[in-house]
Design a protein around this ligand. Structure first.
Ligand SMILES: CC(=O)N[C@H]1[C@@H](OP(=O)(O)O)O[C@H](CO)[C@@H](O)[C@@H]1O
Ligand SMILES: [Mg+2]
Length: 557
């Protein structure tokens, strides 16, 4: 870094002083806080994104969003060249940049890091795609990000406007693969591959067992807006969008996937007229998706969560693989496809049992899609989902080229055969479902395609297995970092003795399971419990929470 670069950084950084008395952490999904204190953080993440682009010599993404948090919050996260999350190796640097005391301290950290990482200036220019959700604070924070990027000589900020988080990740991935990366290209890829799956539907299920219409809760955010546009490209599906943000509803207030999944009640805008209908809910930046069915009893719903979306996807993929493999496994060029499922400890125990009974390999990682994604990428086809509805299906490049080769072979040997159709369906899924990150819009289209393929109603789908009753609680403690866990967060290692009492409580309940972990996005310890009845799950959660409070509670200090 030369003198001129250092001077530019010092001057720019002095315009973005850090707020006093706040400690920021990159956390489970980037920095999040009240929008009014975020300018300096976003400015600094702009610098980080430019450095990441110089280091990788590839296009990087920067997204301004606080997802399902309240509208007055905002946040910022970085997409790596693959379209996935920022490498975990750079998270400590992100933390230290965000917390640097002043411009001098910030520049000192940058100089040290640039040296350590051997980042070259002036060799190639850096490019960063900038996106934001519909939050009113997004515009001024975008300006802060641009100034951060512009303070690195040769770095270019390209504003892609208001987009969903998965759209931005998709664009970064596409750009780095030398493909079309516009929003129009995104809509075209999704609608074309959805159309392919519709064309490949078995003839006998075209008799309509299910309702064509889907009603979507857009969380009053960007997802509803984008779905309005996407639906113009779609055939064979009627989508009614509510809470699209146009009629003045507030983002995430009594609406959205997080609210529906956690509270298990109907979102605003839905009511008695919707009883029995197939409904879906997106979160504030449209990377989470859950389905639900409104019940006649007050505002209750049947929740069809991320675990059930995962199960539907796993069932469909497994069926296609078995059709494809009928001949393939006996052939000389047979390909033993590795299909892997990735969940977290929050996955309902009944879903894990169901998947294992299908003969599938189920793996567990800690909470946070960065961990699930990494694990799923180890398979030819890796399906991952958090119970809250964030997930996708990853196809290895090797497997996709094998499928393409197979398809050409079928053209010559058995055009139009069931095997060829299975191969084409899998190829269409690999294009429809976002390969960069969990995407509510592409996930929704895949669910709709599979339901049509099978001729299933939401009720039939929900009956794949019955969820075990569960309960989640939060406990405020003096210091949540005092809790250390192991085995994908299922065992408490510290404070010692706590796991023993959790085990003793759990043993009192048939089918009991309970674990605790510090949240990565809120200052709380989360408690999860499930058991054979709702009452038992509530009691187990309550008694575990009491033990947490006794070991670590605010009163204990
Ligand atoms: C129990 C739960 O839903 N936890 C969520 C939540 O993380 P916590 O670390 O639990 O606060 O937000 C994350 C980011 O959106 C998401 O990945 C995760 O699944
Ligand atoms: Mg989100």
């Amino acid at each position: 870094m030369d003198e001129q670069q250092i001077a530019i950084l010092l001057e720019a950084a002095s315009r973005f002083p850090r707020p006093q008395g706040v400690k920021l952490s990159y956390g489970t999904a980037g920095f999040r806080a009240d929008a009014s204190i975020l300018s300096s953080t976003v400015f600094r993440v702009g610098i980080l994104a430019a450095l990441r682009s110089l280091k990788t010599q590839a296009v990087i993404g920067l997204m301004i969003t606080a997802s399902h948090n309240q509208v007055s919050d905002n946040g910022v996260k970085v997409a790596d060249p693959s379209g996935g999350m920022l490498t975990q190796e750079w998270e400590p640097f992100a933390d230290s940049l965000a917390n640097a005391i002043d411009a001098e301290d910030l520049v000192r950290l940058i100089i040290e890091f640039v040296k350590k990482e051997n980042i070259q200036f002036g060799v190639k220019s850096a490019e960063i795609l900038l996106g934001r959700d519909t939050r009113p604070s997004g515009e001024s924070l975008l300006e802060a990000a641009k100034q951060g990027i512009n303070s690195i000589v040769g770095a270019v900020a390209t504003d892609v406007g208001v987009v969903t988080t998965p759209q931005l990740h998709w664009m970064v991935r596409s750009r780095n693969k030398g493909m079309q990366a516009s929003e129009a290209a995104y809509f075209e890829q999704l609608s074309n591959s959805f159309g392919c799956l519709m064309d490949l539907k078995p003839k006998e299920t075209t008799a309509n067992v299910m309702d064509d219409k889907l009603t979507v809760d857009g969380a009053n955010g960007v997802g509803g807006e984008k779905l309005e546009e996407l639906k113009n490209f779609l055939k064979e599906i009627v989508i009614d969008i509510r809470n699209s943000g146009k009629k003045g509803g507030v983002l995430n207030e009594g609406v959205g996937a997080d609210y529906v999944q956690k509270e298990k009640v109907v979102p605003h805008g839905f009511g008695p007229n919707d009883v029995g209908m197939r409904c879906a809910s997106l979160d504030g930046d449209a990377d989470r998706l859950v389905y639900f069915r409104v019940l006649s009893e007050s505002n209750k719903i049947d929740l069809v969560d991320g675990d059930k979306i995962l199960s539907l996807f796993a069932l469909f993929i497994q069926e296609q693989l078995s059709i494809l493999n009928k001949e393939n496994m006996e052939a000389k060029n047979g390909y033993p496809v590795r299909l892997g499922i990735v969940q977290t400890a929050y996955a309902n125990g009944a879903s894990t049992d169901y998947l294992k009974k299908l003969g599938l390999e189920v793996m567990f990682t800690p909470t946070g899609v960065k961990y699930l994604h990494e694990k799923a990428a180890e398979y030819d086809i890796g399906i991952y989902f958090e119970a809250n509805g964030h997930g996708t299906i990853l196809f290895s490049e090797h497997f996709v080229s094998w499928l393409e080769g197979k398809n050409i072979e079928f053209d010559k040997t058995s055009k139009g055969s069931e095997q060829q159709k299975a191969a084409l369906r899998l190829l269409a899924v690999s294009k429809l479902i976002n390969q960069a990150v969990g995407d509510a819009l592409s996930g929704l289209l895949l669910v709709e395609a599979i339901l049509r393929h099978k001729g299933w109603s939401i009720q039939r789908w929900n009956e794949l297995y019955q969820d075990l009753p569960s309960r989640q609680l939060k406990v405020k403690v003096a210091d949540r970092t005092a809790v250390v866990t192991a085995n994908a967060e299922t065992v408490v290692v510290k404070p010692s003795g706590l796991q023993k009492v959790i085990d003793a409580e759990t043993a009192k309940y048939p089918q009991g399971r309970s674990f605790i972990r510090p949240s990565g996005t809120e200052d709380v310890i989360r408690v999860y419990a499930e058991a054979s009845t709702q009452e038992a799950a509530e009691n187990l959660a309550k008694s575990v929470a009491q033990h947490v409070d006794q070991f670590l509670g605010l009163g204990s200090n």
